[in-house]
Every structure is written in C-alpha cells, then in structure tokens.
Design a protein around this ligand. Structure first.
Ligand code: HEC
Length: 103
C-alpha cells in the first residue's frame, strides 16, 4: 500500500513537471507598452477579446492568426486593418513570440 502511494505521487510529480516544461509562457506583462506598435496592437486587438500575450504563439504562426482576425473584422463590418497596421502589429507580436523549441 505504501509503495502504491509512492508510485502515484511520483506519477503526479512527473506529470506536472512535464506540463510545466511544455508551457514556456514567460511574459508576465505586455512588453514595450510605451511603443507605437503596442498602441496599435491594443487599438486593433481589443474590441472582441483581451489582446493576447505575444508569447501564446511562436513567431511563424502569428501571420495566420492576424489574417484570421482581419476576417473576423470584415465579417462584423468593422474597420479593417491596413497592410501597414497589420505589419506593425505582426512585427510587435513576432518580436515577443514564444521561443520555438528546437528538438
Ligand atoms: C472582430 C473581432 C476580433 C478582433 C478585432 C480580433 N479578434 Fe482575435 N479572435 C476573435 C474571435 C471570434 C476569436 C475566436 C475564433 C478564432 O480563433 O478565430 C479570436 C481568437 C483569437 C486568438 C486565440 C486563437 C488563436 O489562434 O490563438 C488570438 C491569439 C487572437 N484572437 C489574436 C488577435 C489579435 C492579435 C488581434 C488584433 C490583430 C485580434 N485577435 C483581434 C475575434 C477578434
């Protein structure tokens, strides 16, 4: 019985440490809050949900997400982002994106 409990605890510890090493979200607050890019990001990305932390995606995935958000704007008849605005937001998000894990 004691041995069983020990194994269950060990399993739980391994499980939690595995989860932990997988989620490498390190940002506690939005970076560069004084920058023009951050202003644009919050202006364009706040109307439907809270602006996401840049490290919820790796850099190469952000373009598709921003393009999809543009579609959401179109569908709701909101003012869409210009190419320059999208680029500015993308540059901001990619600069602070989740670091890609190299296997
Ligand atoms: C017109 C409303 C709207 C605006 C404005 C908007 N979003 Fe979204 N967003 C959504 C909806 C609806 C979802 C859930 C469906 C989906 O994921 O497409 C979502 C989901 C997300 C998600 C979670 C899903 C994922 O792929 O990680 C992220 C991240 C995100 N948005 C980022 C952004 C960013 C960055 C901007 C600004 C460029 C933005 N959103 C602006 C409507 C919007």
């Amino acid at each position: 019985m004691i041995k069983n409990n020990f194994l269950i605890c060990l399993g739980a510890v391994l499980l939690f440490s595995a989860c932990d090493s997988e989620s490498n979200h390190v940002l506690m607050a939005y970076p560069e809050q004084e920058s023009a890019a951050f202003q644009e990001f919050t202006r364009q990305c706040s109307s439907c949900h809270r602006p996401p932390m840049p490290d919820v995606h790796i850099a190469k995935d952000w373009q598709a997400v921003v393009a999809r958000m543009q579609q959401h704007k179109e569908q709701r008849g909101l003012v869409v982002m210009s190419d320059a605005e999208q680029q500015q937001i993308l540059t901001y998000l990619q600069a602070h994106a989740k670091k890609e894990v190299i296997e």
